[in-house]
Design a protein around this ligand. Structure first.
Ligand code: FES
Length: 128
């Protein structure tokens, strides 16, 4: 798994990671962390892969696991979508397949907004 801690910016400077917390099973991110970005990567010790959290318009958000559904590499943000560095699959920021070899979309998570916080739900169901 390609992974960078929030403070380990040297190897991960081209991707933006945000801090998250865990409350009652939901991963919590502050809205302000996405204020000037289309999407961010969210890491948490409970996840084997980061979650890509992105604006979906109208104050809503999408969250997908960055585990490629082809053979399990970690997909990376690139110009408004997600790209797998292993064999070139591409996904929309909401996880839809744009280009193979993958045939399945990324695993999505429900998202709920509560005030200035974004809650990513059901991540305990993510494959490890
Ligand atoms: Fe992602 Fe093959 S593992 S395209």
């Amino acid at each position: 798994m390609a992974s960078c801690g929030v403070l380990a910016l040297g190897a991960c400077a081209r991707f933006h990671y945000v801090q998250s917390g865990l409350e009652e099973g939901a991963i919590v991110v502050l809205k302000r962390d996405l204020a000037d970005r289309d999407g961010v990567l969210v890491e948490h010790p409970s996840l084997a892969f980061p979650v890509f959290l992105a604006h979906a318009g109208n104050g809503e958000y999408t969250a997908v696991l960055t585990r490629c559904m082809h053979r399990g590499c970690t997909v990376e943000p690139a110009d408004g979508h997600l790209v797998c560095p292993c064999h070139g699959s591409e996904y929309s920021k909401s996880g839809a397949v744009l280009k193979g070899p993958t045939e399945q979309p990324l695993i999505p998570f429900p998202v709920r907004v509560e005030g200035d916080r974004i809650l990513i739900l059901d991540t305990q169901k993510a494959p490890q």
